[in-house]
Design a protein around this ligand. Structure first.
Ligand SMILES: Cc1ncc(C[n+]2csc(CCOP(=O)(O)OP(=O)(O)O)c2C)c(N)n1
Length: 320
């Protein structure tokens, strides 16, 4: 596929923004400023960035407990996201959601979800609305390979298939569900094989290869938009952190993690951009530094924002 230089740099920038957001969030967690756990997206940046670049502004996404990358890539502001992590009133859920329930309805992100596979049902609902009301938007449902053992995964694929809904199911196979290796928990070599059971296309692609992610997503998003129904994409990748930041990781070796860090999607893309597209290292550094500054500003905004007043705890629970 031919890309403009502007497109290439946007892909790079979006991955760097996710990387820098996560690294800044980890610093805040280590300083005990974030209550509860965070599930970093480090190592998986190409997927959120590539898939969301293939979406239109009015398309929807549903996310997971590992949802910061999806939220940022779909367009949420890092200041309001960081404030959400700190439970501040300026957060995108006014401090009520925190990391694991981060959502940004304004940018058509129906939210992260504490229930594994929980988002898939919402995604099917959003897709059904699009079809019934002829709204033309597509929904992407992100989930991990662990979610494919849940009933909700199978019910969602089945319903989306029989009604030919405009939804793309995006499985981020990062190898582990908490401590369980997918070689134990998933009985097929590729999660995408499961699409056969629902009569929809299933494809596996390299989740650390930005162009492979973007092109695969683009193909099936277009197909869904044309009324040809859902598809299941599996992106193979690897999560660098433990299940949550600070998790002991006794189920894998440091060597395995280090090996996967060599396949870093950002380093790989830097090589592609400098070697194949002759983009200078200086230009890439500038983009990285801009992402660092953007996240520093987000942290300052979040820290300076007010805490919610305890008496407002029941506000926003019900719609007006
Ligand atoms: C229905 C349900 N079962 C179990 C859990 C506990 N749990 C939280 S995350 C997780 C693993 C999820 O793995 P995966 O779907 O592969 O996503 P990843 O963490 O790898 O991104 C589990 C079992 C839960 N939150 N919800």
């Amino acid at each position: 596929m031919d890309y403009t230089k502007q497109q290439l740099l946007v892909f790079y920038r979006e991955m760097q923004r996710i990387r820098q957001f996560e690294e800044a969030a980890i610093v805040l967690w280590d300083a005990n400023m974030i209550k509860g756990s965070i599930h970093p997206y480090l190592g998986q940046e190409a997927i959120a960035a590539g898939v969301c670049q293939a979406l239109q502004e009015d398309d929807y996404i549903v996310s997971t407990h590992r949802g910061h990358g999806h939220c940022l890539a779909k367009g949420a502001g890092p200041g309001s996201m960081m404030a959400e992590l700190l439970g501040k009133t300026t957060g995108c859920c006014r401090g009520r959601g925190g990391s694991m329930h981060i959502a940004d309805v304004g940018t058509r992100n129906l939210g992260a979800n504490g229930l594994v596979a929980g988002g898939l049902g919402f995604g099917v609902g959003a897709a059904l609305t699009s079809k019934l009301k002829k709204l033309g938007y597509v929904t992407v449902a992100f989930f991990g390979e662990g979610a494919t053992g849940e009933g909700m995964f199978h019910e969602s694929l089945n319903m989306a298939a029989i009604w030919k809904l405009p939804i793309v199911f995006v499985c981020e196979n990062n190898r582990y569900s908490v401590s369980t290796d997918c070689n134990y928990s998933v009985p097929v070599a590729d999660v995408s094989e499961r699409a056969k059971a629902y009569g929809i296309p299933g494809v596996t692609a390299d989740g650390n290869d930005m162009h492979a992610v973007y092109e695969t997503a683009g193909e099936y998003i277009k197909r869904a938009r044309n009324g040809e129904g859902p598809a299941l994409i599996e992106y193979k990748t690897y999560r660098w952190e433990g299940h949550y930041h600070g998790e002991p990781q006794v189920y894998r070796t440091k060597e395995e993690v280090e090996e996967w860090k060599k396949a870093c999607p950002i380093l790989r893309y830097e090589k592609v951009l400098t070697q194949d597209y002759k983009i200078s290292v200086d230009e890439l550094n500038e983009i990285k530094q801009a992402a660092v500054r953007e996240m520093e500003e987000a942290v300052v905004f979040a820290k300076d924002s007010p805490d919610p007043v305890p008496g407002t705890v029941f506000d926003y629970v019900y719609a007006d």
